[in-house]
Design a protein around this ligand. Sequence first.
Ligand SMILES: [Zn+2]
Length: 132
Amino acid sequence: MNDEPGDEEVSGKTALPSAHRSDRGRPAENREGQRQLHLCPKCACDLVHPISYGEAPGRGWELELRCPNCFWSEVAVYDRALVDALEDQLDAALAGMLDDLQRLAQANMSEEIERFARALHCDAILPEDFDF
Ligand SMILES: [Zn+2]
């Protein structure tokens, strides 16, 4: 996931890196001209993911890829290095989403604690509010 300044969305008090950004204009190939499977060749979205996959004996992996942005899809056989690179991208994206989820959960918990503390200070919470 990219942590460039200005590449974030603000949710409440917590700034979260966007997991749904689209880098339009970026080619679906790296500098060496090798295809990057997580990039859509039609719209350059970096969220292309496999819908299905299976081993193509002796030839690599047959994947059905889909872009969630423009709904481009393709079924083709890719060599192992490309599929490994896609797996690395998917793992990094998952780790980024889990980090975002943890930060969001912490922010929500912090807000609940602040509300509870304010309620205690203004005597809005009394012992009879709890069942013992
Ligand atoms: Zn696309």
